[in-house]
Design a protein around this ligand. Structure first.
Ligand code: SAH
Length: 308
C-alpha cells in the first residue's frame, strides 16, 4: 500500500448524507468518514445535529482518481436533479499523509474487542473473528455508542460478567436505559438475555438503534421505544444505564423500582470525581453496592437488589 492517500471530500445536507456515504463507500471500496458528526459526543445535548455533513472518501492510488472525481460529480448532479431542494457543492480532492489518515478514521472506526468475547465491527468492515467471538456490526449514525467510549466499554464488561455469573438455565431480562446506537441492547441479546427492551428519550437514537438491530438481523429481539422510565411498569433482571451522573441520581428511585428482586444494576457515564455523588444518590435505595470499574477518567458501578 502506498503511503500517500487521496481524499475526496463532499459537503452535503445531512438528509442526503446516507445516500452519498453509501455511494462513496462502494466507489472507494473502504469506509467513509463523516466529519461533522461527532460520534464521541457523550451526552444527549452534546450530540451535534449538523445541517451540513462533510463526507470524505479515501483512495490510495492516483490511478483513476480523476475518473472517480468526475463520477462523484455526476452522482451529485443527478441527485440534485432528482431533488430540486438539494444544493450541492463540488467535491474537493486533496492529499493526506498516512498519519493523518490513521488519525482520522482508522483509529476511531476500527474493529474493537471488548471484554472477553465481544467484537464490535463498523458496519462497512469485515470481521476478522475468532470461533468464540460474539460479533456486533455497528453504524454509529448520529447516535452515541460505537463501543469506543470508555463508558460503553465499562458497561459491556460488566454486562458480560453478569451474564457469565447467571445460574445455569436462568433467563435474564434487560432494560437498556438510554440506548443510543443500541449497542448495549444488542450485546445483551447476543450474550443470551431475553427479553431486551431499549429506550431513549431521543427519537433519533431509537431510529439509529433500529437500523443497527436490522443490520445485525436482530430487529425482533429488542423492543425499542421512547417510553419514559417513569411510565414503565415491567421489572427487569438487569438494568444498564449509561447516561450521566446527575441524570442517574435524579432517576434513582424509578430505576430501582424497575429492578427485579436479586436484579443487577450497571450505572455508567460517571466521571471518577462523581462516583461518590452517585453512590450517595443510591445510598437510600434498597440496593447493595458490589464493585466499581474504571477506565481513564470514567467509572461504572455495579449494584445488586435485595429481595423486594
Ligand atoms: N447506551 C449507549 C449510549 C449512551 S449515550 C452506550 O452505552 O454507548 C446516553 C443516551 O442516553 C443518549 O442517547 C441520551 O439520549 C439518552 N438519555 C439521556 N437521558 C435519558 C433518560 N432520562 N431516559 C432515557 N434515555 C436517556
Amino acid at each position: 500500500m502506498s503511503d500517500k492517500w487521496l481524499e475526496i471530500a463532499c459537503d452535503i445536507p445531512a438528509d442526503y448524507s446516507e445516500i452519498l456515504a453509501a455511494y462513496l463507500t462502494e466507489l472507494s471500496g473502504s469506509g467513509v468518514c463523516m466529519e461533522n458528526i461527532d460520534v464521541d459526543a457523550f451526552s444527549h445535548s452534546e450530540i451535534v445535529h449538523s445541517a451540513i455533513v462533510s463526507i470524505k472518501a479515501y483512495f490510495n492510488s492516483e490511478v483513476g482518481i480523476n475518473e472517480h472525481l468526475a463520477a462523484i460529480n455526476n452522482f451529485l448532479i443527478q441527485l440534485s436533479e432528482e431533488h430540486p431542494d438539494l444544493i450541492i457543492s463540488k467535491p474537493v480532492l486533496s492529499e493526506v499523509r498516512s498519519e493523518d489518515w490513521s488519525n482520522s478514521w482508522k483509529v476511531n472506526f476500527k474493529p474493537l474487542r471488548v471484554g472477553k468475547k465481544l467484537l464490535i465491527v463498523p458496519s462497512w468492515e469485515e470481521a476478522n473473528q475468532q470461533p468464540d467471538d460474539i460479533v456486533l456490526h455497528l453504524d454509529p449514525g448520529m447516535a452515541f455508542g460505537t463501543g469506543g467510549h470508555e463508558t460503553t466499554r465499562l458497561c459491556l464488561e460488566l454486562l458480560e460478567k453478569i451474564m457469565d455469573e447467571l445460574p445455569t438455565g436462568k433467563n435474564a431480562s434487560v432494560l437498556d436505559l438510554g440506548t443510543g446506537s443500541g449497542i448495549l441492547a444488542m450485546a445483551a441479546v447476543k450474550l443470551g438475555a431475553k427479553p431486551v427492551h431499549a429506550v431513549d428519550i431521543d427519537p433519533l437514537a431509537i431510529e439509529v438503534a433500529k437500523e443497527n438491530l436490522a443490520i445485525n438481523l436482530m430487529a425482533n429481539d429488542v423492543e425499542c421505544s421512547t417510553t419514559p422510565l417513569e411510565s414503565m411498569t415491567t421489572d427487569f433482571d438487569i438494568i444498564l444505564a449509561n447516561i450521566l451522573a446527575e441524570e442517574l441520581v435524579r432517576l434513582a428511585p424509578q430505576i430501582i423500582n424497575r429492578l427485579a428482586s436479586d436484579g443487577k444494576l450497571v450505572l455508567s457515564g460517571i466521571l471518577a470525581e462523581k462516583e461518590e455523588f452517585v453512590r450517595n444518590g443510591f445510598a437510600l435505595q434498597p440496593v447493595e453496592f458490589i464493585e466499581t470499574r474504571s477506565d481513564g477518567e470514567w467509572v461504572a458501578l455495579l449494584f445488586s437488589k435485595g429481595d423486594k
